[in-house]
Design a protein around this ligand. Structure first.
Ligand SMILES: [Zn+2]
Length: 260
């Protein structure tokens, strides 16, 4: 089972211990996000040591005020690292508005341009910004788009029509998430991904406590229940989707040639 979006290096515990608990729970691979200079450095160092860890290069919309040519160069050079499988997470967050919207738009469009140039998928963070984000993405996205922490259930048909992956996080398990649950039920099987977004958004029964990749198994069980699928079948489907979307190099067999 692959956790398609997590922040292992921000989980507040030794990343090796976090990964060990994930493997013990049945997690065979993670994509740990690098969305600041510091996170990129830490995540890449981790991915170099663990064959079941891949990473990304980008700038989170919360940090969009830091977008400039120098950082754009840094991200593009970093994207050439063999363990980097996507650009992001980037996007628009008009809910928290931690950076001015023009800055978020500049950083977002700049990263879409990099993703096209280096031919990598883009990992999208979207919050209360679908009206601005979806048309921009439709016009400027690279070939592969992953909508992380999927949060636009009313646009499921439209985004599925574009062939964009929809990655559901632990909040799909929450009692008030009816529309999101309906989207997880109806999402085309070949576009469905599951993630933790750890340390955020712990699924039930861990809600309110720090999240970690091992807990993706709870989201897996919950979404399998929604879809009337066998847990093993959904794990295989979502892991195959993650492997295809991110063109993961190491097969998700759970065996680690490094013996770590
Ligand atoms: Zn994230």
């Amino acid at each position: 089972m692959i956790d398609s979006h997590t922040h292992v290096t921000s989980c507040g515990d030794d990343p090796d211990a976090v990964l060990a608990r994930a493997r013990a729970a049945g997690v065979t691979g993670v994509v740990t996000i690098g969305s600041s200079r510091e996170e990129m450095a830490a995540a890449t160092a981790l991915a170099e040591r663990h064959v079941d860890v891949h990473t990304t290069a980008g700038l989170h919309p919360h940090g969009a005020d830091g977008w400039d040519d120098d950082l754009a160069d840094h991200i593009e050079r970093h994207a050439a690292h063999p363990r980097v499988v996507a650009i992001g997470e980037t996007g628009l967050d008009f809910f928290r508005d931690r950076a001015p919207r023009e800055r978020q738009l500049a950083a977002f469009r700049g990263q879409l341009e990099i993703a096209r140039r280096v031919a990598l998928p883009v990992v999208i963070h979207a919050r209360d910004a679908a009206d601005e984000l979806v048309p921009l993405l439709a016009a400027e996205a690279p070939e592969t788009v992953v909508l992380h922490c999927f949060s636009m259930p009313d646009r499921l048909a439209e985004v599925a029509g574009h062939g964009w992956y929809c990655s559901f996080a632990g909040n799909v398990t929450y009692g008030n998430a009816g529309a999101l649950q309906e989207a997880a039920r109806r999402c085309p099987a070949e576009l469905l991904l599951l993630e933790t977004d750890a340390p955020y958004l712990s699924p039930v029964p861990f809600r309110g406590r720090p999240n970690e990749p091992a807990h993706v198994m709870e989201t897996l069980r919950f979404v399998a229940g929604l879809r009337g699928s066998e847990v093993e079948e959904l794990a295989a489907q979502t892991s195959a989707n993650a492997t295809r979307a991110f063109r993961l190099r190491a097969p998700a067999t759970g065996r680690r040639p490094d013996g770590a």
